[in-house]
Ligand binder design. Structure first.
Ligand code: 7PJ
Length: 273
């Protein structure tokens, strides 16, 4: 399984850890701590020290009910961070956005992966990625961040997520995006109840049939709060457990806040496997 992202060719022979770099004052977690460019960059460099294989920079919170961030504000948050990181780190930088204009500017600034919770469905997003040589993560979401947790409903959550991801990957291939540039993500917490999320983790391995690398983001998410009764800032242990299980079920990349703990846990998985 490989992921091609511009000058990087990730073999994905071992699970990769994507460290989350939020540049969002209203983020669901870490919010307000890394609002300023220098603080975000410093945090990102620390994540690389801890063993992050990829950095995921985001400037708009996609937590349930979050207020959308205007384009210019999102650019102001993420572009200086990406520019600085591109100069200072050797790992691929991902941009977490669904806005084509942010994708274009982020790629210009040095991002080599587009991580899109809307799976390139926004007008112009597919073209922005196709015109470049970056990797792309296509994520499943039911509804929009404003409404997705209102009443998520599926006949068969695994089958529906799988067929959505297959059709978005196919749309990418049609647009001229090479297969090796594509990553798929079931989108934990995005229009899913606790039961839907649990079912998707149980059946994660079935998404491997699609033939693309899988990315999983469960770090600090509310399903872990529902299971443990812990607030967002006390979900470290639950998040590490979720990352370990995800990898054992076939995830190639885990997107996490707590890089050091995750890297150590995955070393234990590798030693035993
Ligand atoms: C995800 C993401 C995820 C991908 C967020 C949070 C919410 N991108 N961006 N997958 N989640 N690919 O981190 O809690 O699960 S933002």
């Amino acid at each position: 399984m490989i992921l091609h992202c511009a000058q990087f060719e990730l073999a994905l022979k071992r699970p990769h850890v994507m460290g989350i770099v939020n540049v969002t004052p209203d983020s669901f977690s870490d919010g307000g701590q890394y609002v300023h460019t220098s603080a975000a960059v410093e945090h990102a460099l620390a994540l690389v020290e801890q063993g992050a294989d990829i950095l995921d920079v985001g400037g708009e919170s996609t937590r349930p009910n979050a207020t959308p961030v205007p384009l210019q504000e999102e650019l102001n948050r993420v572009i200086p961070v990406i520019e600085a990181l591109a100069r200072h780190v050797q790992v691929p930088i991902s941009i977490d956005t669904y806005k084509p204009a942010v994708m274009v500017e982020a790629i210009r600034a040095g991002a080599t992966i587009v991580n899109d919770v809307r799976a390139l469905q926004e007008a112009g997003a597919m073209e922005a990625v196709a015109a470049s040589d970056v990797g792309v993560c296509l994520m499943h979401m039911q509804g929009t961040p404003q409404t997705m947790q209102d009443d998520p409903a599926y006949t068969d959550v695994v089958a529906e997520v799988k067929s959505f991801l297959a059709s978005r990957a196919e749309a990418c291939l049609q647009a001229g995006i090479a297969k090796k540039r594509i990553l798929l993500d079931p989108g934990f917490g995005f229009g899913k109840t606790r039961a839907h999320n649990i079912r998707l983790i149980q059946e994660l391995a079935s998404l491997q049939d699609l033939g693309y690398p899988l990315l999983v983001g469960l770090s600090r998410k509310s399903v872990l709060g529902q299971v443990t009764g812990q607030d967002v800032d006390a979900r470290l242990h639950a998040s590490v457990a979720a990352a370990v299980i995800s990898v054992m079920k076939g995830a190639n990349i885990v997107r996490v806040h707590d890089v050091k703990a995750t890297v150590e846990a995955l070393k234990v998985v590798a030693a035993i496997a």
